[in-house]
Design a protein around this ligand. Structure first.
Ligand SMILES: Cc1ncc(COP(=O)(O)O)c(C=O)c1O
Length: 519
């Protein structure tokens, strides 16, 4: 039997919906087509016509039936069509959709499923990242620095950002390069920017590199992640300084790297190792001035570190994050500049020189490594904003970068001197400052260790929030101290917050004494 012959038996009955319940009110402010649309929609939502075989009356029939114009009916039906309540079948008419929009809108609502009883399973990766923050604690970003005069460490003076010059150059590069800046771009980074950065690093950081060794990244954090992913398999070992930048630990944990914290002395990282200790594939250091202690790595330690890396086939990751801000002592070349064996992966960032929200940094890699770094970046997020990269290239090549660094060095030097003077005057009774040669932070050691909990509580209560040094420690057991930032605030603001802290500590001290006496 032909299939054609069997078809009439299979054909389903197409019932025409009468819409008996529709009532249109000509005196209402709601337009007639809206009333019609709403009432038909509500009838369809009742679920009585959901088998796909219900046909709507023709627009002419509906119009005649309700005593309204056909255009009013067409308006209502076209809206229902657009929202997915109706479907047209050429030559057959208009039908109720098989699946109404509500089916999709409510698909994930718990009422159709058993409520989830068990907690969502999170990867081990999330658990191993050493970061206790939850919820909106992440809204303030890595440093937890909102507005206000908090003296949180590592915050640059973003209100000194040369906004007008930046905006002008940005408009110029957009006008010149147009849509080319809107396409996917090089995974290595903007060629002009790589050229400009290579020239800057050779001149001012005594680096030895050419533009093809440079990969533009989204700041230091990504520089660390890309290098770890490119060079180490999960479970392999990286040495880090202890205490260290908290994001280094988080990034390496994310990459599945085993961390061995190494202590510091007054020359930098201590590279001596016990015979049982696993050799590192990579060593993360901040030679220009250690974060957070501020120690500048001595020349002897630098050469020792390079020798060690060469002897053990390891690499050194040099985080040169704000080497530009050196206030005392002779200028020191980068580690990369004295490396004769291609053992150093150098990385810099514009987070402190310009502003952290740009998320722009650069890696200078030994040539054989470059493609691997680029491959990781391409698998990760392709590249940084071409508009920002092109703007930064112009900003550097036209001399704005250098003059901004010079200007900021002067401002920071003044703020630093002011901070040290005021701090010693106001808080010298509680703390001893360890003044580094470079950088935007200063460590203040407690004179009386037992005061730590009281001082910590006070800083939290009054919103002056230096970081506890212990926050940056992995295994190191150092005496209690706080790391203060001074760079982001004017002298008046610095004084206000130091006065606030000093008087709060005085009040707390008085209350404690009073409590002791009255017991
Ligand atoms: C040691 C160190 N490196 C790098 C950075 C900056 O990193 P990023 O470029 O990811 O902002 C900081 C910021 O405080 C830092 O303390």
């Amino acid at each position: 039997m032909s299939s054609r012959k069997s078809r009439p038996q299979k054909r389903r009955r197409r019932s025409i919906i009468a819409f008996e319940m529709i009532r249109l009110d000509r005196t209402a402010t709601e337009p007639l087509h809206e009333q019609l649309y709403r009432q038909i929609r509500d009838e369809l939502k009742s679920g009585r016509f959901g088998d796909g075989s219900s046909r709507l009356p023709s627009s002419r029939a509906l119009a005649t039936d309700r005593g309204i114009s056909r255009s009013t009916v067409r308006l209502a039906l076209s809206k229902l069509h657009a929202e997915g309540y109706l479907r047209s079948k050429p030559g057959s008419g208009t039908f109720v959709a098989n699946l109404l929009p509500e089916t999709f809108l409510t698909a994930d609502q718990p009422k159709t499923y058993e409520p989830i009883q068990r907690p969502i399973r999170i990867s081990d990766r999330v658990r191993t990242i050493p970061d206790g923050r939850v919820g909106d604690q992440f809204d303030l970003g890595a440093t937890g620095a909102g507005g206000g005069v908090s003296l949180v460490p590592s915050i640059p003076a973003v209100d000194e950002f040369p906004m007008a010059a930046w905006e002008r150059l940005r408009a110029q590069v957009l006008a010149k390069k147009g849509v080319n800046l809107l396409r996917y771009a090089s995974n290595r980074g903007d060629a002009d920017l790589r050229k400009a950065i290579a020239a800057y690093l050779c001149d001012f950081r005594a680096a030895r590199c050419h533009p093809d060794q440079i990969v533009i990244v989204a700041g230091m954090q990504q520089a660390m992640l890309v290098s770890a992913l490119a060079m180490l398999n999960p479970g392999q070992v990286a040495w880090i300084e202890d205490p260290c930048y908290q994001q280094t630990r988080r990034v390496l944990a994310l990459a599945g790297i085993k961390i061995i914290p190494k202590p510091l002395d007054n020359e930098g990282i201590v590279i001596a190792r016990s015979p049982k200790e696993t050799l590192p594939r990579i060593i993360y250091v901040t030679p220009s001035h250690q974060f957070p202690l501020g120690v500048t790595m001595s020349l002897q330690r630098r050469t020792g570190l390079l020798d060690f890396a060469r002897a053990h086939n390891a690499f050194i990751f040099e985080d040169d994050y704000d080497a530009e801000f050196r206030f005392a002592g002779p200028p020191l070349p980068s580690l990369q500049g004295i490396d004769n064996a291609s053992r150093v992966i150098y990385a810099g960032t514009v987070s402190k020189i310009l502003c952290p929200s740009l998320r722009l940094g650069y890696v200078v890699a030994p040539e054989p490594l470059v493609d691997s770094l680029v491959k990781i970046r391409s698998a990760m997020d392709q590249h940084s904003s071409p508009i920002d990269q092109a703007t930064l290239a112009r900003f550097i090549s036209e001399g704005f970068f250098l003059s901004h660094i010079k200007r900021m060095r002067k401002i920071y030097a003044e703020r630093r001197d002011f901070f040290i003077k005021q701090f010693n005057e106001l808080l010298g009774d509680h703390f001893t400052l360890q003044v580094p040669e470079a950088g935007l932070n200063i460590v203040a050691w407690l004179k009386r260790e037992e005061e730590f909990p009281m001082i910590r509580r006070t800083t939290v209560d009054i919103g002056v929030r230096p970081s506890a040094l212990s926050f940056f420690c992995v295994q190191a057991k150092l005496k209690p101290a706080f790391v203060f930032g001074f760079a982001a605030w004017t002298p008046t603001q610095i004084r206000e917050s130091l006065v606030k802290l000093a008087s709060a500590l005085r009040d707390r001290g008085r209350n404690l004494n009073y409590g002791r006496q009255s017991r």
